[in-house]
Design a protein around this ligand. Structure first.
Ligand code: AVJ
Ligand code: FE
Length: 434
């Protein structure tokens, strides 16, 4: 890529993320912007100004060496200073001030982008700091989409349905041969610190589901009494099931003998062929045990997503090294729901595993640990402070994730009880010769 191409790719990614933030915050009135829709989430107006503040800190002040735009508000928008539940009580910028602030910061950033050589300092090499800020905004855009899902009231977001699955019979599982593969990356220019460095990992042979678990499959678990049978639940999972009185995925409600769900303000029947979403790790774990399987580990997920058995190489994405297009995966909030299981044949891995990227984040049976040789960059608070905490890994992104914020190596994590995120799962099992 020439510097000119890199600068225009950065400009385009910055515009795409801002268009998304604007759409998500302009869709509701001021009252809905400043209110807290759930204790789990920030007011949308906090996310907006926090996006601007991170951009100011890294791109205006650090990369650009410019004077602060609003140094007085740094503390308000520091996620570590105030837990989400406290944020509505802070003296936040109001909607007009927040919009003005992010615009002012962005104007300066375009000037910084024009004038900064994208080399020399590691922070700007290949446009890294800009890529990091694009990903940060897109991550908050997905968080804001989750806030929209929690919001009560008439629907304000609309999008066309994702493509149907082609009419074909897919094998339920795919065999992945044991042996080493390269996990993580040292080359991907905008990869975040926790994805680095590339390293060899050995994985024993295993089977992995061709597609994420569907609502129909999940309903079979529910109909078999899965929520009431401690045999399928881990000890912690069962305790949480009791404490939270779990009976179905979040946003589902009883309707006679069946179920309905609310999605972005619309009540609808449960689509049996769609990947199940809004389940916590413990529900995923219980389903897998009931099905006689288990959740994949993080190396198993990444090997299924990246390993090319022909060459032994690890790809950037299941389909190859090209950036995602709407033919490969359901990403970028183009559709506000996952596509039916089996969709996106062009996005499948060399071994035939589908929908690893997009649709729903997938819960994995791994905690958040650094790769060997990990170095925090550019700040400890992105990843390092979370290592070893009470988290489970999530991979692959959802329909709410932008293509800039997910790839074969991208690592996400959350507490195992979380259900408001766009997370589902697929199962795996050991390969035993018997
Ligand atoms: C990587 C998605 C867990 O949203 O908490 C946003 C990303 N870090 N601002 C989160 C993040 C700082 C983070 N996750
Ligand atoms: Fe943030």
């Amino acid at each position: 890529m020439t510097t000119l191409d890199l600068r225009s790719a950065i400009a385009e990614a910055l515009e795409r993320s801002r268009n998304r933030s604007t759409l998500l915050t302009d869709a509701v009135d001021d009252d809905d912007l400043v209110r807290q829709h759930s204790k789990l989430m920030s007011p949308l107006v906090w996310d907006l100004a926090h996006i601007g503040n991170q951009e100011e800190l890294w791109l205006v002040r650090d990369v650009g060496g410019r004077d602060p735009v609003r140094q007085d508000i740094d503390e308000l928008y520091d996620a570590f200073q105030h837990p989400r539940a406290e944020r509505p009580a802070l003296p936040l910028l109001n909607p007009v001030e927040a919009r003005t602030y992010v615009r002012e910061v962005r104007d300066k950033v375009f000037d910084v982008l024009d004038r900064t050589p994208l080399e020399g300092r590691r922070l700007v090499e290949n446009g890294f700091a800009f890529g990091m800020i694009v990903q940060h905004e897109q991550q908050h855009d997905e968080t804001m989409l989750a806030t929209h899902q929690l919001r009560k009231g008439a629907p304000v977001l609309h999008a066309p349905n994702p493509p149907a699955a082609p009419a074909e019979r897919l094998p339920a599982e795919v065999f992945v041969p044991g042996g080493p593969f390269e996990m993580g990356t040292s080359l991907e220019p905008w990869a975040l610190d926790n994805e680095r460095p590339a390293h060899q990992v050995h994985v024993d042979s295993y089977w992995i589901d061709t597609t994420p678990v569907s609502n129909g499959q999940y309903l079979a678990f529910m109909d078999a009494g899965g929520y009431d049978d401690p045999r399928w639940w881990s000890e912690r999972g069962w305790a949480y099931r009791n404490e939270a009185k779990l009976t179905a995925p979040r946003f589902w409600q009883r309707d006679g003998d069946g179920w309905l769900r609310t999605r972005f303000g619309v009540v609808e029947p449960i689509p049996p062929d769609e990947p199940v979403v809004h389940v916590c790790y413990f529900e995923a774990e219980a389903y897998a045990a009931w099905a006689g399987k288990r959740l994949p580990t993080e190396p198993e997920w990444e090997k299924a997503a990246r390993f090319d058995p022909e060459t032994g190489r690890s790809r950037r994405y299941p389909w190859g090294d090209e950036d995602p297009t709407p033919e490969h995966a359901n990403l970028g909030q183009l559709h506000l729901r996952p596509a039916p299981v089996g969709a996106y044949p062009l996005g499948q891995s060399p071994l035939g595993v589908r929908q690893l990227i997009g649709d729903v984040w997938e819960w994995l049976d791994s905690g958040f640990q650094p790769y060997p040789g990990f170095k925090a960059f550019p700040y400890r608070e992105y990843s390092e402070v979370f290592f070893g905490g009470d988290y489970k890994m999530l991979r692959g992104g959802s329909f709410g994730t932008d293509k800039a914020a997910v790839r074969g190596t991208f690592r996400n994590w959350d507490h195992p009880i979380r259900r408001q995120i766009f997370a589902g799962f697929r199962c795996a099992r050991d390969h035993r010769r018997d």
